[in-house]
Design a protein around this ligand. Structure first.
Ligand code: PLP
Length: 468
């Protein structure tokens, strides 16, 4: 994406106080640090150090009189930051990386400096309006109706849990149901661990639908489970729009139809993969998402925003409000009656009250660059995954596990044990070359490349493969 920020000028007529010398120095130093860090190419990969080593290197940081901003910044620069991996390094290919745009990183500073309370419309209307614009883009990509909406929560784990709490509350209101009954959640075999965790938090049973040979939950398999299990105690089905392990997309159309005919809430966990809604080459894989009652997608994963932001969107936010609105005497003044205007408090639709307007960096970047740039940047990851998968398949050292559907490539170095894969991965990090953690699938240790960074090139990936 181009790094261009048009001609912004802030009004200078407002009354201001002067910074004292120290604060002025700190402001200059922090802005210099931030711009320098963003211009490093590549950013250093860095690596964790033990708590003991860090304690020794950092020394005492919290003191009665303070160590001063300059010293604290110096410590961060020289000691602390160098013990944190740069998730936006082009050869950080583990887990799900992040690759925030410069615009989004810079605007994160603005959000921090603006003291916005993002929980209520009364306090954060302007910020929430902008966040809602960004949510609307996502809702439109998914084919959700005009009344759809939600908020940004901290991450996919909290987004999934919040949606499933809303689903259970909705199920509790079904006619003739004992609201205190035990509930069941249904998900596919390759659903994310946060869905298992959500079931634990909800104290719900979890029923797993066997996957097809590509790891997908299909509508037919789900319908069979629903027919056998019954639907009375099922409060939600969680489909995955891009699994973490492989980027596999469940049969959303089939799952949606099965949920509709069973009268069960359909939630789509697209924390990583639903960014693919923006990419024309794979959009059709998500057909059926429009049938969902809720979905999540994390801009801090593949939508080029800084940590931490998960977009949580409901078909009907009133249902979320019924589950999540906190009531207290001191909060009554914030209550809004009219959801039909599309206006509601973000704190009313998820598990949170105080909230950073964490969707703003994503909104700012989207507004700055435009949605076409997002489509191109997501397509980059998809094209690269396809290209490297083709090269892996053609190389007799490797076995490709599945054709990538999105931007994750999983393969095995023939003849390597789990230990070999781990030793290789450690060596790459020790050498500062790349961060490529092995993964385990069905008991086998495999290599896995997760590509979301527009700065990652085929040469980066070839460099990694050459070390195997
Ligand atoms: C499919 C999926 N769902 C949920 C999550 C959890 O998201 P978070 O780490 O933001 O809580 C992840 C994280 O990688 C994920 O890939």
């Amino acid at each position: 994406m181009p790094g261009y920020l048009g001609g912004v000028s802030l009004p200078s007529v407002r009354p201001m106080h002067a910074f004292d010398d120290q604060t002025q120095h700190l402001a200059d130093a922090i802005l210099a640090y931030v711009t320098e860090r963003m211009r490093l190419d590549p950013v250093p990969l860095d690596r964790a150090r033990s708590a003991e080593v860090l304690a020794e290197q950092a020394g005492t940081t919290i003191t009665p009189g303070g160590i001063g901003g300059s010293r604290a910044l110096q410590l961060f620069d020289e000691v602390l930051s160098t013990a944190c991996l740069s998730v936006d390094h082009p050869r950080y290919l583990s887990f799900i990386p992040a690759a925030p745009t410069e615009a989004s990183m810079l605007f994160d500073l603005v959000v921090g400096a603006s003291s916005i309370y993002g929980g209520s419309w009364m306090e954060g209307a302007g910020a929430i309006h902008a966040e809602n614009d960004a949510l609307r883009w996502l809702a439109d990509l998914a084919g959700f109706p005009a009344g759809a909406g939600g908020t940004f929560v901290q991450g996919g784990t909290l987004g999934n849990l919040s949606a499933l709490v809303a689903a259970r509350e909705d199920a509790r209101r079904r006619p003739g149901i004992d609201p205190r009954q035990r509930w069941t959640l249904i998900c596919g075999e390759e659903a994310h661990s946060s869905v298992v965790q959500a079931a634990r938090v909800l104290d719900a049973d979890l029923r797993v639908v066997p996957a097809d040979d590509q790891g997908r939950m299909t509508g037919a398999a789900l319908a069979a489970v629903l027919a056998e299990h019954g639907t009375e105690d099922v409060c939600a089905v969680v489909a995955t729009g891009g699994t973490t392990q492989f980027g596999t997309i469940d049969d959303l159309a089939g799952v949606g139809e099965a949920c509709r005919s069973a009268g069960v809430w359909m939630h789509v966990d697209g924390a990583y993969g639903l960014a693919g809604l923006a990419a024309p080459s794979v959009r059709h894989h998500f057909d059926g998402i429009e049938l969902a009652d809720s979905f999540i997608v994390d801009p801090h994963k593949w939508l080029f925003a800084p940590f931490d932001a998960c977009a949580l969107i409901y078909r009907d936010p009133r249902k979320a409000r019924a589950a999540h609105e906190q009531r207290a005497g001191y909060l009554e003044v914030l209550e809004l009656d009219d959801l039909d205007d599309g206006v509601f408090n973000p704190s009313d639709v998820a598990i949170h009250l105080s909230r950073r307007a964490r969707g703003l960096p994503f909104w700012f970047s989207l507004a700055t660059h435009g949605t076409d740039a997002y489509a191109q940047a997501v397509e980059h990851g998809i094209a690269l995954a396809r290209q490297v998968a083709t090269e892996i398949e053609a190389d007799e050292r490797f076995e490709l596990l599945r054709d990538p559907e999105l931007s994750i490539v999983v393969f095995q170095r023939r003849g390597w044990s789990a230990q070999d894969h781990h030793a290789w991965s450690k060596r790459l990090l020790d050498d500062g070359l790349a961060f490529v953690m092995p993964t385990v699938h069905r008991g086998e240790t495999l290599a896995r490349l997760a590509i979301v960074n527009p700065r990652t090139s085929i040469e980066d990936l070839r460099q990694v493969l050459a070390t195997m």
